[in-house]
Design a protein around this ligand. Sequence first.
Ligand code: B16
Ligand code: MG
Length: 219
Amino acid sequence: MKGCIFDLDGVIVDTAKYHYLAWKKIADEFGFEFTLKDNERLKGVSRMASLDILLSIGGITLSEEEKLKVADRKNKIYLEYILKMTPEEVLPGVKEFLTALHGAGVKVSLGSASKNAKTILRQVGIEELFDAIADGTNVSKAKPDPEVFLKGAELLGLAPADCLVFEDAVAGVEAAHRGGMKCVGVGDPEVLSEADYHIGGFEDLKMEDGKLKIKNVTI
Ligand code: B16
Ligand code: MG
């Protein structure tokens, strides 16, 4: 393993709660209910695809032009939350693990669908721990397409097979595999059953003699 590629939402930070609050505001304005359970369907999904799901829940049809306006409004509301994020919101063990990877000479890239990824990393103070950023601004195909992870590997100057992906979404695990990469599932092992390795959180990982150890397994 020469490089690690990290999903953002659900792996590095929990931005799903802010996506939820912003989409809920949009649903409230249209006058329909949008629940936390509904929000699960938006995880790892691009902004416009998320809007399509939201509108289908509300039974609402909009023109492409109206959809762009609503997506833009949602993003403005989302940004209000994002710009209040603090370094304490980086998920437990992430910063320590990224620092250990750097110490061991392992390259690090982001692999996220978000167009706000850089803003979020900057806001929580870990932007400098990434050697490369593949995100919604330089990739167009959504997971499970492998494009975002292949872009991450390319930006790091590494072969996909030398990279390990960290993902919390089923579509992300599939994207890693389709890109020829092994994947660590972050979260429920039953949901992420296709992942090659499983962790509950980054406290389960450590670097020892330049090698990655997951619980007691050396990779
Ligand atoms: P934005 P990830 C994804 O992040 C989120 O899980 C998903 O809910 C969101 O719609 C998507 O980013 C796009 O985000 O509106 O900021 O461009 O898990 O791929 O890091
Ligand atoms: Mg995610």
